[in-house]
Ligand binder design. Structure first.
Ligand SMILES: [Zn+2]
Length: 211
């Protein structure tokens, strides 16, 4: 079936149109990346938005979220995991040795029903698998509707929009990597982390595909 689909709708690079990959190595080499940011010097917590939210990765995320091209997840997960293994092996080792658990940011059920999937679960699960990290998608629950963060420009309004939007389901892992597809102001991740920290202190990293 997949062979027939490949013949009918061949996969093409989102930038140059060359065959066989959505993100061809040549175009991907122009994609800008970010470094990890630690909470403070010597801290064991921080955030990493691996790719800049622009160019090829931005297009790939758009295809996934708004054109529902879910088969792009495999390519994104491989690119993401390979980059972490190559560029930040010590950070990865720290996560592995301390049993950090990748927890995707949940969507409210109406949005998930509209899209048919949660892109952070699809990506987070594949990425955790490739990085040899545990994954758990039933630790936090989004219990009320919030407006799409991208549509709210003001940071204060974004935080207010997400205030107490999440609740926690036990048991809670001690070391957590909160995963989302995109972080712009970090208000979604902060809100989820506040909910987790209210019930049990934990060590937390924010990890996103882009930001
Ligand atoms: Zn290309």
């Amino acid at each position: 079936m997949s062979v027939i689909l490949d013949l009918l709708f061949p996969v093409k690079c989102l930038n140059c149109g060359s065959n066989s990959q959505y993100l061809c190595p040549k175009c991907l080499s122009f994609q800008k990346t970010n470094l990890p940011k630690y909470v403070n010097k010597g801290s064991k917590e921080g955030s990493l938005s691996l790719f800049r939210y622009e160019y090829l990765i931005k297009r790939a995320i758009f295809e996934l979220k708004y054109r529902f091209v879910t088969d792009i997840v495999d390519e994104l997960a491989i690119i993401f995991a390979d980059h972490i293994k190559l560029s930040f092996p010590h950070l990865l080792q720290y996560w592995q040795n301390n049993h950090f658990v990748v927890i995707p940011i949940p969507l409210y059920y109406t949005r998930q029903n509209w899209r048919g999937f949660n892109q952070s679960i699809l990506l987070g699960q594949k990425i955790a698998q490739k990085l040899n990290l545990n994954f758990c998608d039933h630790t936090i629950f989004r219990h009320r509707h919030t407006y799409t963060q991208a549509k709210i420009k003001d940071i204060n309004s974004r935080s207010k929009n997400l205030y107490q939007a999440f609740s926690v389901i036990f048991p809670l892992p001690r070391n957590i990597i909160l995963f989302d597809d995109v972080a712009s102001s970090f208000s979604t991740l902060n809100s989820a982390h506040n909910s987790l920290n209210c019930v049990a202190p934990n060590r937390c990293w924010y990890l996103t595909l882009a930001g």
